[in-house]
Structure formats: C-alpha cells, structure tokens
Design a protein around this ligand. Structure first.
Ligand code: MD3
Ligand code: FE
Length: 219
C-alpha cells in the first residue's frame, strides 16, 4: 500500500487551466512548465548566435528591454522605423533557426486556444531586468493580422497591461508567472498592451531576469 499523502495537495500543484481575457485571448497558466528543460538550452544557443541588444526606437530612445530573435524573420527597431528582417543587422547573418522545442510549444499553445495550424516564422525574445518595462503599444508590423500571437513568460513574474483598441482605454493588470503562456488573436489582436516596470523577485532558474518569447506569423 502506498501513502500518497502529499500528492493531491492543491497548493503543491502549479496553477493550470485556460482563462479567457477577451473574445480571442487566453491565458494558459503553467502551459510551458513541462517544456522549460528543453527551452533553456535552446534559448542559450539562440543568444550565443544572435546576442541580446538594446534597440533604439524611431524617436531616438534606447529600449530598456534587451531583444534578440530566432526564426526566418526578426523584429527590429532603429531610427528608420520598426520592421521585420531576415538578417541580424549586428552580425549580417540570418537569424538563428527557430528551435524545434520553441515551434512545438507555440503550435500546441495556439491549438489549445482554438487556433489550429499556427506556424510562426518569427520569435522575438525579450529580456527584462529589474526596473525595465514595455510601454503601451500595439503590434501592427505583421502582415497577417489573422494569425494569433503566442507569448511565453519565463523567469521573474511580471504585470502585463491589457488595454483596449484606443490608447486612452484604461488597461487591466494581469500578473504573468514563469511558465504562463498567452495566446492573442481575432478581435483582441490590435489591443494596446505593455509590461509594468519589473520588480526584483529573483527566480530559481533565471535569477533577476524575465524572458518573454513572442511567436508571430510576420511574413
Ligand atoms: C496583446 N511583449 O514584444 S508579449 C512585444 O511580455 C510585447 O515581452 C510583451 O508586447 C512581453 O511586442 C508582451 C504579449 C503580447 C504580444 C502581442 C500582443 C500581447 C499582445 C498583441 C495584441 C495584444
Ligand atoms: Fe507587443
């Protein structure tokens, strides 16, 4: 006979489930947790080929969030504007290929939210440190607004700002933890959104950092 006294303690289980935050937007709590072991080495390999850097906005401000990309297309910002490009301007090389573990996670998360057949060609990797933030913006540099966006949170927790279709709409605050995945599509695709300045609450695996993977069909 086995004594599984602790196996069913609810507080011992990571939070799971699908929470709708809009008609086309879902938070999948803990969806990425089983994949962290394969995501981490893949992430390190990507950052070795395409190092994190602080991009400059068209207005001349340096972004506090550090970024890199993998997949066929990478998102860029400089004084000329925002765009997707096939090469890393810092090395002249194509962006590193999308790791199989990234692609698999993005596809299964999208399907879980009702978007079958999601095939991202771009993965933007954002790296946050304490105090860094992403101000309210819309994502509209992608050609195909019919495809969803999948975002994977790793490391330190963050507070996501979930606004409306006008910049002036008061945003809702949604806490995002290590392993949470959010899928956005349909009518929610052009909502304003951002991330509040990060608090320093070091994570066991990622230290004082938060990594966000954002998967898109950009081309
Ligand atoms: C909501 N990144 O890189 S991902 C971005 O946590 C970005 O790093 C945030 O916003 C981060 O552009 C949030 C989630 C995200 C991405 C696209 C969206 C949320 C979205 C498009 C529409 C609405
Ligand atoms: Fe965004």
């Amino acid at each position: 006979m086995t004594l599984d006294l602790f196996d069913d303690a609810p507080e011992a289980e990571p939070q799971r489930g699908k929470e709708a935050i809009g008609p086309g937007a879902f938070v999948l709590r803990g969806f990425a947790l089983p994949s962290v072991g394969e995501l981490l080495p893949a992430l390190e390999a990507v950052a070795q080929h395409a190092p994190f850097r602080h991009l400059v906005t068209p207005g001349g401000f340096t972004m506090s969030v550090a970024m890199t990309n993998c997949g066929r297309l990478g998102w860029l910002s400089d004084r000329r504007g925002y765009r997707y490009a096939e090469r890393d301007p810092q090395t002249g090389a194509p962006w590193p290929a999308m790791p199989a573990a990234f692609e698999r996670l993005a596809r299964t998360a999208a399907a879980e939210a009702g978007f079958e057949g999601f095939a991202p060609d771009a993965c933007l990797v954002n790296r946050y440190e304490p105090g860094t933030r992403l101000s309210l913006h819309q994502d509209k540099d992608e050609r195909d607004h019919g495809a969803p966006i999948v975002s994977v949170s790793l490391g330190m927790p963050a507070v996501f700002l979930w606004g409306g279709l006008a910049r002036s709409d008061k945003p809702r605050r949604i806490p995002l933890a290590h392993g949470d995945v959010v899928v956005w599509g349909g009518p929610d695709r052009l909502r304003y959104h951002g991330v509040l300045p990060l608090e320093d609450r070091p994570h066991a695996l990622f230290g004082s950092r938060r990594i966000n993977l954002t998967f898109r069909k950009a081309g």
